[in-house]
Design a protein around this ligand. Structure first.
Ligand SMILES: *Cc1c(COP(=O)(O)O)cnc(C)c1O
Length: 361
């Protein structure tokens, strides 16, 4: 029997989730966000599977170049833009679209003699307060871009929502109001919506939307999980029980002896740990799935192992398959028990986990 932890990547689920995005933003182009190796799922794999996307979005030029090298030739938006002249040249050669968030990035374009024009999008800070030109700076940025001959027929603007995961937060409407004024003023093509924008704010979808997390089947909202929204999990992470023991009352389990058996109980050991990307800060009680039953994690997560309380599943035996997240156990639920979000646990999947691609229509 093979005990290697396995992440099953379901391409039919990925395509299904893209279709959900396309249906929710029917008049927008969909740029599938596949930064950070498609949130741990495999960027080239995702790009190849998502042939119904209009294009892709990544954070860095290197990520886009890797996609081009793998033969992906749809439009690719680099949301962080270029950080040096070499990257500007690569972007021009590889026909990438560069977001421009700062005057120093305009300087890079100016100092670089380009053989081809570059497709550029001005990134506006409407309330995230991280990257982007302030609304007052946009005119100057657009003028500098126009002086470089890089504005095309119509200028392009983008912004990013800071609080859209909470549908009741008024900040999203404020960001949209600020942004819409600029879009109208400059008669710009524009992009606002991440997954939460696509699913929660139909009015702000614009020329292109940038869904990420929803493509992987997780909810972008704090108050729901993906399956409740009609999304399907793409990644299912599985391990195997490698030992089942019975320990008497008072036995302390694992590093630090932080968890003590309250009575005699069966303990299962699963051959997966933080070295595979299972979060070390998972709290006791974090659910783990054996067949269709949830059993609680106990003790600390080790590098290669976790321990489970099998009192509700005493028939579990060595070799049984265990699901850490995915089908039957939403990543959002696990993430919450670990004090984080599904994005982080997907991105944390380690190389030593075997990937198995499934595509069952
Ligand atoms: C990551 C990112 C997205 C995608 O966000 P999700 O919440 O995963 O949908 C969209 N736009 C920008 C600028 C991003 O950095």
């Amino acid at each position: 029997m093979d005990f290697t932890p396995t992440a099953r990547i379901d391409l039919s689920a990925l395509r299904h989730n893209l279709n959900v995005a396309r249906q929710m933003a029917p008049t927008s182009q969909v740029l599938a966000v596949i930064k950070a190796n498609a949130y741990g799922h495999g960027a080239v794999l995702a790009a190849q599977a998502l042939d119904q996307a209009h294009g892709f979005a990544v954070a860095r030029v290197d990520e886009a170049v890797a996609l081009r090298e793998a033969g992906i030739d749809k439009p690719i938006l680099v949301m962080g833009g270029a950080y040096n002249r070499e990257a500007v040249l690569q972007a021009a050669e590889r026909r990438l679209t560069l977001a421009i968030h700062h005057f120093w990035q305009l300087d890079l374009l100016r100092f670089q003699r380009l053989k081809q024009p570059i497709d550029a999008v001005i990134k506006v800070d409407t309330g995230m307060h991280r990257l982007g030109f302030s609304p007052e700076e946009v005119e100057e940025a657009l003028q500098q871009l126009a002086a470089l001959g890089l504005t095309g027929d119509r200028p392009k603007l983008m912004t990013h929502l800071a609080n859209a995961d909470d549908r009741l937060d008024p900040a999203t409407q404020h960001q949209w109001t600020r942004f819409k004024a600029l879009v109208d003023l400059f008669d710009a093509e524009y992009s606002v919506a991440n997954s939460a924008g696509v699913m929660g704010w139909p009015e702000l979808q614009g020329d292109w939307v940038r869904p990420g997390i929803m493509l992987y089947g997780a909810s972008p909202f704090i108050d729901s999980v993906g399956i409740e929204l009609g999304l399907r999990p793409v990644m299912t992470l599985e391990g195997r029980l490698i030992a089942v023991k019975s320990y008497p009352r008072g036995t302390r389990i694992g590093y630090g002896g932080t968890w003590e058996c309250p009575e005699t109980l069966p303990v299962g050991v699963v051959g997966i740990g933080y070295g595979d990307g299972y979060p070390r800060h998972a709290r006791p009680g974090t659910p783990v799935l054996i067949e269709d039953s949830r059993v609680p994690l106990i003790g600390r997560v080790s590098m290669d192992m976790i321990t489970l309380d099998l009192r509700t599943m005493p028939e579990a035996k060595v070799g049984d398959r265990v699901t850490l997240w995915g089908r039957g156990l939403p990543a959002e639920t696990v993430a919450e028990a670990c004090g984080t979000i599904a994005y982080e646990i997907f991105c944390g999947l380690a190389d030593r986990v075997r990937r198995e691609i499934i595509d069952d229509g």
